[in-house]
Design a protein around this ligand. Structure first.
Ligand SMILES: Nc1ncnc2c1ncn2[C@@H]1O[C@H](COP(=O)(O)OP(=O)(O)O)[C@@H](O)[C@H]1O
Ligand SMILES: [Mg+2]
Length: 792
């Protein structure tokens, strides 16, 4: 429980007024200085919260409603006194906003400013004078004494630091508010505390409440003592509960929450739990029973117990690992990917032979939309296991993985445990998506936590901070995914078995669309293949003109859109089968988004076409060079990384040092500087593979001969003019093809990588394999070498 002191305004000047959104509360009252977690679900309330969130100071008015069953309270249905509150924390989920608010100061609700879309009211500050007098002093002490007594009665072996905590509260009224929020009073009584207009009134009320509470607790403890000496534990508990109920009835406070604890106890009795867990749960249940049901701790403990109940401590699905069936399932869900499927099956075979084997963890690497996630689902299906996914993208905080200690406000278990709870079994296939996007900062190192989660030597007693009990993760089948590997922390990389998915050619996409995507979209729209025909011709246009990607995600979306449009026609009464012709695409999908040929129509001297490897596959990029007359330096722009800058310098130096041989007047280097720019945006670019493109751009600049617009190149260069091999050949070649390039210039040493490129793509392109930069220039800038040699 937290408290924070806040002194209300005490000035004698006219009270301040504000016009603020109003958040009505059921069953509870927020008191000044106190924190309150809230789940906001009602649309009007959500709108009020959104309005407050959009404001600079995130303030709204929180006020209790007179009748908790009223779902749309008007101004008259609310108490007249509420509180200005600040939103301290917020999390949105589907239909609910989770908030943590803190009460600031009391206000009187005055005039209605609006009712739609949310209640907005003009309110006036209601300061309480901070007076002191011997009377007040005496009452204050009485309240502290009473409070000690009540807390002791409630939790004889309870937290020892409570008296200390009470002593630290900064003023009598603040103490009243703190106790008010701890005792679990009903709304009327809490509201009376809020409405107390003087320190004295507040203390008197609290004194009465405490006296009443002490009476109830004393009765309870007498019974406990008696029962303890006379009867066995089981019986005693039972009797106790019966008696408690009787007392509560007598005092007019039968609470539904007590029944709630009872029900929870019942569920625990039926659940299958390891001994250690049961012990801890029993301890918490007993604690829950003794807590006032509206105390913040009550909900915290209850939520914790729910988690313990729902975690799959011992339930698991049974594997049916039949390898030929597994292959059939993989084939059923995914086109081709033969090599990947073979590796997956090998992996499964190892597991089948020795389920205790410390097999490395699969890591599927490739651009978006190539089927990483869906392969994971297939693997689960092939093994007969459940599938769950945890996205690690942008995760900085170790606690996201491992949970927050329960003493934090709003603490939750980490994502791994949450996924297991969703799965309901302790041996699901758990996909850890985007391990390459893990962050790391002052909040700890999530990669280290991840290593522990994945390590078979440690993960059988994984300890989540929130759960604070060991949980066995060793039966989980982990699969990871990444777009690129450079950002995966090396210790993690060591544990992974890498499977690369490079992206698909147009022909492969066509096959995937025809055999997989269309069928799925038809099924989703409730149509059959007899009702709609989408000929290859049309699919090709969707691939080429409406999408641009290495994977098939946009393609899947576009086909889905197209099928749904046609489904509407059937819903409206069409009965004839429909064939989608290329001409229909304009109506179904809108105008084409990409020109047939995406490469530039013309290249001025100084521009060369490079090929880059990006997270989303490959891409064509342009390197532009221009002279900076009488500015003797090399300027580089376009978000280039260090390695790329070095390539540019190497290109420049090579040309300079070979100027004589190439026939360039060396004085030009001394006289003029060069500016190299790689456009296309805010995308950071790096890597040595643009070396040849930089060199080509510079050579074209110095000779004033334009480079071929249909030739693209990639390769690293050395100062001696060698062309060195690079990575990502398949992605780059596919990107070149997509863009409409005809000639691809590659390092000689990369020739062998072409076997990964589909046959039909290879057939459509012309390849030049270069060992030296002169070969690149000859293939990319016709006549340049000659011009150079001739001293152009
Ligand atoms: N080879 C393939 N065969 C059939 N469908 C595929 C293939 N590759 C991708 N898909 C489909 O494309 C969609 C996007 O794939 P997804 O698994 O989300 O990609 P990723 O996780 O790599 O970003 C899914 O519907 C998936 O089934
Ligand atoms: Mg994915």
């Amino acid at each position: 429980m937290s408290s924070q002191s806040h002194t209300p305004d005490t000035g004698t000047h006219t009270p301040a007024t504000w016009t603020l959104p109003v958040l009505p509360l059921k069953n509870t009252v927020l008191l000044p200085g106190m924190f309150l977690p809230l789940s906001v679900g009602r649309p009007g309330s959500r709108a009020a919260v959104e309005a407050a969130l959009a404001s600079e100071d995130k303030v709204l008015v929180v006020v209790a409603q007179r009748d908790a069953s009223d779902d749309q309270p008007a101004l008259a249905d609310l108490y007249a006194i509420g509180i200005r509150a600040v939103i301290k924390k917020m999390a949105r989920s589907e239909n609910v906003i989770e908030l943590l608010v803190q009460g600031v100061d009391r206000v009187m609700l005055q005039t209605l400013a609006q009712t739609e879309p949310y209640l907005k009211v003009q309110v006036q500050g209601l300061p309480v004078a901070q007076e002191t007098s011997p009377d007040i002093e005496a009452l204050h002490r009485a309240v502290i004494d009473q409070a000690h007594r009540v807390l002791q009665l409630a939790q004889p072996e309870g937290e020892a630091n409570i008296p200390q905590m009470l002593a630290q509260v900064s003023g009598p009224l603040q103490l009243v508010y703190l106790l008010g929020s701890m005792l679990g009073l009903d709304v009327t009584r809490e509201q009376a505390l809020l409405e107390a207009g003087s320190v004295q009134d507040g203390l008197r009320l609290m004194n009465d409440y405490l006296a009443h509470e002490a009476q109830v607790l004393e009765l309870r403890n007498q019974i406990t003592d008696k029962a303890r000496t006379e009867i066995g534990k089981e019986q005693r508990d039972y009797l106790l509960r019966q008696q408690m109920r009787a007392i509560q009835d007598e005092l007019g406070e039968t609470s539904p929450e007590k029944a709630d604890v009872e029900a929870l106890r019942q569920r625990f009795a039926e659940a299958k739990l390891p001994e250690e867990v049961r012990k801890e749960a029993d301890r918490e249940l007993r604690r829950l029973e003794r807590l006032p049901s509206a105390a913040p701790d009550y909900q915290v403990t209850r939520t914790y117990l729910e988690l313990v109940l729902e975690l799959p401590w011992q339930s698991a699905t049974e594997d049916h690992l039949d390898l030929s069936n597994a292959r059939a399932v993989l084939d059923e869900d995914h086109f081709d990917l033969t090599e990947i499927k073979d590796r997956i099956l090998e992996h499964l075979a190892v597991l089948k032979l020795n389920s205790k084997a410390k097999a490395p963890i699969l890591c599927l690497v490739g651009p978006p939309g190539v089927g990483k996630t869906s392969l994971g689902q297939s693997i689960a299906r092939a093994m007969g296991r459940k599938f769950e996914r945890v996205s690690l993208g942008g995760l900085h905080d170790e606690a996201e993985l491992r949970g927050h200690r329960r003493t934090y406000i709003g603490a939750m278990p980490g994502r791994v445990l949450q996924a297991l709870r969703r799965a309901g079994v302790n041996n699901p296939v758990l996909m850890l998506d985007e391990v390459d996007k893990l962050g790391r900062d002052y909040r700890g190192d999530p990669a280290a936590a991840l290593l522990e989660i994945l390590d078979p030597a440690q993960n059988n007693t994984f300890r989540d901070n929130y759960l604070d009990l060991p949980f066995d993760l060793s039966k989980v089948f982990f699969i990871t995914t990444a777009n690129v590997l450079d950002t995966v922390p090396p210790p993690l990389l060591d544990r992974l078995e890498i499977l690369r998915l490079a992206g698909y050619s147009e022909e492969e996409k066509l096959q995937i669309a025809r055999r997989y995507l269309l069928a799925r979209q038809l099924e989703q729209a409730g149509l059959t293949a007899e009702q709609i025909a989408v000929p290859d011709e049309a699919i090709r246009i969707v691939i080429g003109r409406y999408t641009r990607e290495a994977g098939v995600r946009q393609l899947e979306k576009a086909l889905g859109r197209l099928i749904r449009k046609i489904a509407v026609r059937f819903a409206q009464g069409t009965t004839e089968p429909v064939t989608v012709r290329p001409d229909d695409l304009l109506e179904l999908l809108g105008p084409q988004r990409l020109p047939p040929d995406r490469i530039r129509a013309e290249l001025p001297p100084g521009v060369a076409t490079g090929l880059a490897w990006t997270e989303s596959g490959g891409d064509v990029l342009y390197v532009e060079a221009t002279l900076l007359p009488s500015l003797r330096k090399l300027r580089l722009t376009g978000q280039l990384g260090d390695v790329m800058r070095e390539s540019a310098q190497a290109a420049q130096s090579y040309l300079w040092s070979h100027a004589e041989m190439l026939g360039i007047d060396p004085r030009r280097f001394r006289r003029d500087g060069v500016h190299i720019h790689v456009p296309a945006g805010a995308v950071p670019k790096d890597g040595p593979s643009a070396g040849v493109a930089m060199l080509t751009a510079l050579a074209s600049l110095y000779t004033s001969i334009p480079a071929r617009r249909d030739a693209a190149m990639t390769g690293e260069i050395t100062l001696a003019g060698l062309v060195l091999p690079i990575g990502g050949v398949k992605e780059k070649v596919l990107a070149a093809r997509r863009a409409g390039i005809r000639r691809v210039i590659l390092p000689k040493d990369n020739e062998k990588d072409l076997r990964d490129v589909p046959e039909e793509v290879r057939r459509e392109l012309e390849f030049v394999f270069a060992e030296r930069v002169e070969e690149v220039l000859e293939a990319a800038v016709p006549g340049a070498l000659h011009a150079m040699a001739a001293g152009h």
